[in-house]
Design a protein around this ligand. Structure first.
Ligand SMILES: NC(=O)c1ccc[n+]([C@@H]2O[C@H](COP(=O)([O-])OP(=O)(O)OC[C@H]3O[C@@H](n4cnc5c(N)ncnc54)[C@H](O)[C@@H]3O)[C@@H](O)[C@H]2O)c1
Length: 362
């Protein structure tokens, strides 16, 4: 094996620790440096004894040793940080969504193409055994031609546990832009790209109260819909019904179900890498639990970065910018359909990402 790919992280908040754990156990990747607007937060996140440099954002971008910028900032900053990485000639892998708007995301992809660098985008949870086993079941014909899917995410809202939840209630956030990427990326992985959407949305209270951390009790404004629902029409003809809400105390609805002409599948939580896939064959004896047959076993956040950093440069990575853009476009189209109260054609498309063979834990 050659030299590891040097990763420079921008944004050392809540999700940084999960990426760090994955990067540190993968010999192909090396966590070289971190940066944050708040340098003290970056120092604290790294800890006193770590062999990781803490730099300013400008220093990290200018550092010739950094091969890939891992963009773990808040959604409103994704495009700005991606553009700075691209301008520095570096590949950039962004947390989801790719940007707060498709206009920003399109600019990032144009800049990357002009600079000859690559853009990757989370989520990579769909590369785990959960979604990948379901995909293999569909590709192997176990449910026949897929006809429809349902996808449901309902929670009371992230302000209960996140110490700085402002971004979840600002443009670029909300249940759709925050959690939709997991569900829509999974639906595109399973059923292919989306051509048309019909959406509706609503919100309740204009403020939310932070429930944890030093700002506990502080009220933050809500400027986005906190319950969004809709139908996605896939190019294949399959229909997915989506429910994304920060307005439910709890739900017993499955995260994702896919129904085909010859059977139905329960697909595990697309925000997790693993979980059991259930299969019911038409005319069969109820649900069977499938063994894991595809995907990264025991994976963590960062396997998409591994795929991105190690795949050939002429190949679209599985967690790629084109897919990230299409998923954002589907979400934005849903919101504009909700506003206009009419169906909206999704302008972009993408290939179904390459499947992942069953890979043992690293
Ligand atoms: N928290 C989660 O459970 C979770 C899970 C999966 C994905 N994500 C995604 O990860 C990203 C980060 O989420 P988080 O929960 O870690 O957020 P966070 O608010 O905890 O951390 C974000 C960090 O980015 C820094 N930052 C913001 N703008 C910056 C800029 N312009 N330059 C440099 N640093 C900047 C902030 O100072 C902060 O330290 C988001 O896109 C989110 O959707 C979060």
């Amino acid at each position: 094996m050659g030299q590891p790919v040097n990763i420079g992280v921008v944004g050392c908040g809540v999700i940084f620790a999960q990426y760090r754990k994955t990067i540190e156990r993968l010999p192909e990747l090396r966590l070289l440096a971190v940066a944050d607007l708040d340098l003290e937060r970056a120092r604290e996140a790294v800890g006193p004894d770590a062999d990781v440099e803490v730099l300013s954002v400008a220093e990290l971008m200018a550092d010739p040793r950094v091969d890939v910028v891992l963009n773990l900032t808040i959604p409103a900053a994704h495009a700005e940080i991606a553009s700075r990485a691209i301008a520095a000639g570096k590949d950039v892998y962004c947390e989801k969504p790719l940007a707060a708007t498709t206009a920003d995301a399109a600019r990032v992809l144009r800049e990357a193409a002009a600079a000859g660098v690559r853009v990757g985008c989370a989520p990579d949870t769909v590369l785990g055994t959960g979604t990948q086993t379901a995909r293999k079941a569909i590709d192997d014909g176990l449910i026949g031609r897929p006809v429809a899917a349902t996808a449901t995410m309902l929670t009371p809202g992230h302000e209960r546990w996140h110490p700085n939840p402002d971004f979840y209630y600002a443009p670029g956030g909300g249940p759709l832009l925050d959690m939709g990427p997991y569900y829509i990326t999974s639906l595109v992985t399973l059923l292919g790209p989306v051509t048309t959407v019909i959406g509706a949305g609503t919100r309740t209270r204009p403020k939310r109260t932070i429930g944890s951390g030093p700002r506990r009790g502080e009220e933050i404004p809500v400027t986005v819909d906190t319950y969004v629902t809709g139908v996605l029409v896939h190019a294949s003809g399959a229909l997915s019904t989506l429910v994304m809400g920060f307005e439910g105390a709890a739900t017993k609805a499955p995260n994702i179900e896919v129904h085909g002409e010859r059977g139905s599948l329960v697909v595990p939580d697309p925000n997790h890498f693993d979980g059991s896939v259930l299969l019911a064959r038409a005319g069969g004896q109820g649900w069977e639990t499938m063994p894991a047959t595809a995907g990264h076993a025991e994976a963590g956040r960062g396997v998409g970065l591994l795929d991105f950093a190690t795949s050939p440069s002429d190949q679209e990575p599985r967690a790629g910018g084109t897919l990230g853009y299409h998923v954002l476009d589907v979400m934005e189209s849903l919101l504009s359909s909700a506003q206009s109260r009419s169906a909206v054609t999704v302008a972009s498309t993408c290939e179904r990402p390459e499947p992942v063979a069953l890979l043992p834990a690293e």
